[in-house]
Design a protein around this ligand. Structure first.
Ligand SMILES: N[C@@H](CCC(=O)N[C@@H](CS)C(=O)NCC(=O)O)C(=O)O
Length: 226
């Protein structure tokens, strides 16, 4: 008998969208369990006692937490439409490396740039630009539609699912952090990603996410710890 696939998530979470997109690209059917992040279900706390966060994928009775770990698990279990290079361990390691870079450096420096002010903000924006330039150069060298070539791979999923959030937070903060002169390839890539059919089928519309981002903006800025 086939094992059930359940995803504990939140409709607006970019980390959850990553997993939804990977499952969608592979044609895996699953049950979505919407979590109230202010009142998490006992199952979520049981399945992810370490971080207590979404997403958590539950395959049969095996829970897997943390979006990057889940993406690799999904790619290992469902072989159709691989999102990681199949045969080349070095290429696989490189995709993993850049995915970790996105979460540990790129997104963090973006958050710091939004939260800081004055001189500190100028420094934080410079750091964000330096980080984004690594990806800009990668895309310029590749000259392909996506990081994965002509199709979306794990790195595309990992950065791409943050695209709407980047833009929403830019709009709310009034800061323009992604200059088209400095980052033409990145912006073209972002457009390709947003316009791809599978992405449109999974990620909620930009306006809906922006309205939600507005409602939690104080939290995003770290001014509201409730
Ligand atoms: N590193 C985690 C981040 C997941 C994450 O931050 N999830 C947020 C929703 S976007 C969450 O569950 N927040 C609830 C909380 O922090 O209590 C991943 O990649 O899965």
């Amino acid at each position: 008998m086939e094992r059930s696939v359940k995803l504990h998530g939140h409709w607006a979470s970019l980390f959850v969208h990553r997993v939804q997109l990977a499952l969608h690209l592979k044609g895996v059917k699953y049950e979505f369990i919407e979590e109230d992040l202010d009142n998490k279900s006992s199952s979520l706390l049981l399945y992810n006692p370490v971080y207590k966060k979404v997403p958590v994928l539950v395959h049969g009775d095996c829970p897997v937490a943390e979006s990057l770990v889940i993406l690799r698990y999904v790619d290992d279990v469902w072989k159709d439409n691989p999102i990681m290079p199949v045969d080349d361990p070095y290429e696989r390691a490189m995709v993993s490396f850049w995915c970790h870079f996105v979460d540990n450096k790129l997104f963090k420096s973006f958050g710091a740039a939004i939260r800081a002010s004055g001189e500190e903000q100028a420094k934080a924006i410079e750091e964000f630009h330096q980080n984004l330039m690594f990806l800009e150069q990668k895309l310029a060298e590749k000259g392909s539609k996506f990081f994965g070539g002509e199709k979306i791979d794990m790195l595309d999923i990992v950065i791409g699912c943050g695209s709407h959030w980047f833009k929403a937070v830019e709009e709310l903060s009034g800061l323009k952090l992604i200059d088209p002169i400095l980052f033409p390839h990145f912006l073209e890539w972002k457009q390709n990603f947003i316009e791809s059919q599978e992405v449109k089928e999974v990620i909620p519309p930009f306006e809906k996410l922006t309205d939600y981002a507005k409602s939690i903006y104080k939290k995003i800025l770290g001014h509201d710890n409730n």
